[in-house]
Design a protein around this ligand. Structure first.
Ligand code: FAD
Length: 566
């Protein structure tokens, strides 16, 4: 039986998880949810790019899965007791592959909208399906040839944004630089469009330099623009927002999560998080986000991205509804809002750096950014864990390059010991202490940085000619402190001197808490019913584990507020 995964060489554990066989007892439990259907040999069961598809379980015969991104090469063939689908079954997105009957085939078809019900009512099958979904997607991605085609210049802001959006929203894609042979071949076959990036979807539809919303709609990513009243709206799908959504939805709170780009937040920009409990070997931010999102969807939370909250009309009274005006065109009413919009990284602030933003100057370091600079020397600016991780990732993924780590003072105080040790023993990381970036140079692409001495005593640059040096690099990854992302919140939400949101006791102490009948709950801001969690909150520890804890605690607040209102 031909198949692209070559299951004969897969480790038995992986094959068992990705392609399990349901027992006759499992099938009996599932029958009340499905309807029987039959297909003749060669008949298409579902096609790549179709609207969100249903779950198909083979009762007899076989279902072959074909990959249109590889000229319909066979991926795998499911026999009796096996089933179709990967994580798109849960995210309700168009499938990436096509299913065709082999021989006369009897199937059990379960409507996609009933899958969440199934996961919760038949948890044993839920476990099998979720495990298979994640493992199949992993195997499919490993083939390196699945999903949308994106062609555009690597060091171009629009192409980077589309790639970042697809990566964050776990939409598989194959990117070809427009100067590569394959990129040029595709562009010619598409009539040589004058603008880029160009994206070709599974159903053959093409978009030229589209907005993210158009990409999202065509790829079937979070199509919903919600307008119904819900118990909880979470703005920001980083670790705090996703954790809150998992707990809230699992406890029956109707929950919508909004993000301007997609799930993951800053953690999604990390290639490896090593200090999150339960993952001794570390995990990438994208993996953490994928698992968290599947978990919250399983419990019935809804996710919308890309979407921006333009304005909030605060509730008139303590029990009223807040109205969020969304840039996708609707208004969303809710009694409780959780602000989990974290922080965004500070810009380098050096003349000319704007020109290279996302095209040489980056604030994330995942495979998307790193892949642009294979074998090229790069710089990382910053002395915290984020900078340390980026330096390690860039050094490990290409041993022949030099990674210049630029820190204003000395390396150590703001970085975990384990990272400092690894950096010092990495042969291709060069640490420059006591320097800062004074200039950024290049014509069409970033070519070099000027470094100048930093005077730690005066807290300002030494600013003398002798203290400068130029290093040739193709990119600089900047992790130099953050700004809280609360500009969208009403002015009545009190902030500390740095702009972080005050909650609980601090909100009360600010003197701006408006109610005399009760005190704010621990994560409530100075506007009753608006909560804040994670990095955006004044006094929080800026780490994944703390953001997750904060997000979970926010749900206790939601319950308290609901009880008070009743
Ligand atoms: C490269 C890097 C590596 C890191 N590594 C580690 C590590 O190893 N261990 C560790 O513990 N911590 C690490 N951190 C820190 C950790 O990622 C953060 O503390 C954590 O992500 C904070 O979570 P959060 O949910 O509060 O906010 P964020 O992660 O910042 O998420 C905020 C979300 O809100 C969205 N958003 C912002 N504004 C709006 C708006 N107006 N409308 C809609 N959505 C909006 C954003 O798109 C984002 O998805 C790292 C950070 C970075 C950048």
């Amino acid at each position: 039986m031909p198949n692209n995964f070559n299951t004969t060489t897969l480790p038995a554990a992986s094959e068992g998880i990705a392609f399990p066989h349901l027992t006759p007892r499992d099938l009996e439990q599932l029958r009340p949810f499905g309807t029987p259907c039959s297909y003749e040999d060669g008949q298409v069961i579902f096609s790549a790019g179709d609207a969100a598809t249903d779950l198909f379980i083979v009762e007899s015969g076989a279902m072959e899965i074909l990959n249109p991104a590889q000229d319909n090469r066979s991926v795998v063939t499911h026999g009796p007791g096996q089933f179709s689908g990967d994580i798109d079954l849960l995210t309700r997105r168009p499938p990436l592959v096509t299913g065709v009957a082999r021989g006369r085939t009897q199937l059990m078809r379960i409507d996609g909208v009933r899958i969440r019900e199934l996961l919760n009512k038949v948890p044993h099958f839920g476990e099998i399906l979720l495990g298979a979904a994640v493992e199949r997607r992993r195997l499919l991605l490993e083939t390196g040839a699945v999903g949308l085609k994106v062609v555009g210049p690597g060091k171009c802001r629009d192409t980077m944004l589309v790639r970042e959006f697809l990566f964050k929203n776990f939409v598989p894609f194959i990117w070809h630089d427009s100067v590569s042979e394959e990129g040029q071949r595709l562009m010619t076959s598409w009539g040589s469009p004058t603008h880029s990036p160009v994206i070709e979807f599974g159903n053959g539809r093409r978009l030229i330099n589209p907005s993210l919303r158009d990409v999202a709609l065509t790829a079937g990513v979070w199509r919903d623009c919600p307008s119904d009243a819900v118990d909880l709206v979470i703005v920001g799908a980083g670790p705090a927002g996703i954790a809150a959504a998992v707990y809230a939805a699992s406890e029956g709170v109707s929950t919508v999560v909004l993000d301007r780009l997609g799930p993951g937040g800053q953690a999604g920009a990390s290639s490896r998080i090593e200090n999150f409990i339960g993952f001794p070997n570390g995990l990438s931010g994208n993996e953490l986000a994928t698992r968290g999102v599947l978990q919250m969807l399983k419990f019935g939370a809804r996710m919308v991205a890309p979407v921006v909250v333009n304005q909030i009309d605060s509730a008139e009274g303590p029990d009223g509804f807040h109205t969020l005006h969304l840039d996708c065109g609707t208004q969303l009413r809710t009694r409780t809002i959780l602000a989990a919009t974290g922080v965004s990284w500070r810009q380098l602030g050096v003349e000319g750096s704007d020109r290279f933003e996302s095209a040489g100057v980056h604030h994330a370091c995942t495979s998307v950014e790193a892949g642009l600079y294979d074998n090229q020397d790069v710089a990382v600016v910053g002395a915290g864990n984020s900078a340390g991780q980026a330096a390690m990732f860039l050094s490990e993924c290409c041993r022949t390059r030099t990674v210049h780590l630029l820190v204003r003072r000395r390396l150590g105080k703001d970085m975990s010991d384990y990272l400092v040790g690894r950096i010092h023993s990495s042969p291709n990381i060069l640490v420059h202490e006591g320097v800062e970036v004074a200039g950024i140079h290049g014509e069409r692409r970033l070519e070099s940085l000027t470094l100048q001495e930093f005077n730690p005593n005066r807290g300002e640059p030494a600013n003398h000619e002798n203290g400068t040096q130029t290093i040739p690099v193709s990119a600089v990854f900047v992790f130099i402190g953050a700004e809280p992302g609360g500009a969208w919140l009403p002015d009545a939400v009190a902030r500390d001197a740095l702009g972080y949101v005050l909650t609980g006791v601090d909100a009360l102490k600010s003197g701006r808490w408006p109610l005399t009948t009760r005190e704010p709950c621990p994560l409530e801001t100075t506007v009753p019913g608006i909560l804040a969690a994670g990095d955006i909150r004044s006094g929080s520890t800026k780490r994944v584990g703390f953001a997750v804890g904060d997000g979970s605690l926010a749900v206790t607040c939601v319950h308290k507020l609901t009880a008070i209102r009743q």
